[in-house]
Write a protein that binds this ligand. Structure first.
Ligand code: FES
Length: 146
């Protein structure tokens, strides 16, 4: 690998998969990093607990785009519980790693998936994920250390 990014990161940054919006989505989640200002929005279609389609819009850095692209690939066709088990580390590993300073971008991808599922659950069951809290100041401190 040349430079700080793996070939897979560069591929998903240059040719992101599943970009766009699903107008009749069953769940929509938006998360943002308050300091860098990057925003990620994820749309899911769900049928019989299976994520049949997923799209994203990311206004952010290259790593945020690559991780959202990879996250959509990893949850498409999976059931809700499998998608909820997706961690930012798994997304980064699927991309053959991220530079340490860019790991927080993958946190945004994990959270966007959770936020979309949370929205889907609220719409269908009236109850969201227990304890769900999108990227907030405390997490931000954890990943940025300030
Ligand atoms: S620098 Fe903000 S998500 Fe990457």
């Amino acid at each position: 690998m040349t430079g700080p990014y793996s070939a897979k990161v560069m591929d998903h940054f240059m040719n992101p998969r599943n970009v766009g919006e699903i107008p009749d989505a069953d769940g929509v989640g938006q998360v943002g990093n308050p300091v860098c200002g990057d925003i990620m929005k994820m749309y899911i279609k769900v049928k019989d607990k299976i994520i049949t389609d997923v799209k994203f819009q990311t206004f952010g850095c290259g790593a945020a785009i690559a991780t959202s692209s990879m996250a959509t690939e990893l949850i498409k066709g999976k059931n809700i519980d499998e998608a909820l088990a997706l961690t930012n580390k798994a997304v980064a590993e699927a991309l053959d790693g991220l530079p340490p300073v860019k790991m927080h971008c993958s946190v945004l991808a994990e959270e966007a998936v959770r936020a979309a599922i949370n929205d889907y659950l609220i719409k269908t069951t009236g109850q969201g994920l227990p304890g769900f809290k999108p990227h907030d100041e405390s997490l931000h401190k954890e990943v940025h250390g300030n």
